[in-house]
Design a protein around this ligand. Structure first.
Ligand SMILES: O=C(O)CCC(=O)C(=O)O
Ligand SMILES: [Mn+2]
Length: 203
């Protein structure tokens, strides 16, 4: 049975092998409400499907990929057509760039319609993310639990991601840790997550 550790507050979440820093009040309540409303209504949400055992299965969430120019991107084997930097996404990107001191040329937006929508265990370690990527992840709307699991020790770190929070994953986080958003019957309201990334073009 792996260790289960709950971290209620912000700061560094990982004990070793990379960094994941949570800033719970990154956006004020009003800013977070406005970003949620703007992104919810203006994003051209898409339902993608993945091939599982030869069958096309719809992903348990809606998503869109936004990027500079013609940056190609494949997520879980699914090629994505990039959408442009619409508002308020462009403003949110600027806020994350100012806070982290890093620039981002792509963003994956996910809409979890209820607690039944999920994202399975994975790490963002595709070559296109480059080595030791900095990923800035903003949470809006319903609070969901986010789990990390160490690939070798299977240690689990769980944290709640509140409305208006920012999670910055960096260093060797993607090399050593998986992460997921698990299914829950307790959440009925939607959540939007935006992960800003800097993709390298010669991957
Ligand atoms: O919804 C989240 O907080 C996680 C999203 C995620 O892991 C991803 O887009 O790669
Ligand atoms: Mn991820």
């Amino acid at each position: 049975m792996p260790n289960q550790q709950s971290i209620p507050f912000g700061g560094e979440l990982l004990p070793t092998d990379g960094s994941a820093v949570l800033i719970p009040g990154f956006l004020s309540e009003t800013e977070a409400d406005d970003f949620f409303a703007g992104l919810h209504s203006k994003t051209p949400w898409e339902e993608h499907s993945i091939k599982l055992f030869g069958k096309q299965i719809p992903e348990p969430r809606l998503s869109t990929w936004h990027a500079d120019a013609d940056l190609p991107y494949t997520y879980s084997g699914v090629p994505r057509t990039p959408h442009p930097w619409i508002e308020p996404l462009a403003s949110l990107r600027a806020a994350c760039e100012t806070h982290t001191g890093h620039s981002f040329n792509g963003a994956l937006l996910n809409l979890y319609r209820t607690g039944q929508d999920t994202m399975g265990w994975h790490s963002d370690d595709e070559a296109i993310n480059g080595p030791n990527p900095v990923i800035a992840s903003v949470s809006l709307g319903a609070e969901r639990r986010f789990d990390f699991r160490h690939k070798q020790t299977r240690e689990i770190i769980s944290v709640a991601l509140p409305h208006g929070s920012l999670l910055v994953m960096s260093g060797t986080c993607q090399t050593y840790w998986l992460h997921r958003i698990a299914k829950t019957t307790r959440v009925l309201q939607p959540r939007i997550n935006v992960t800003f990334r800097h993709l390298i073009t010669n991957a």
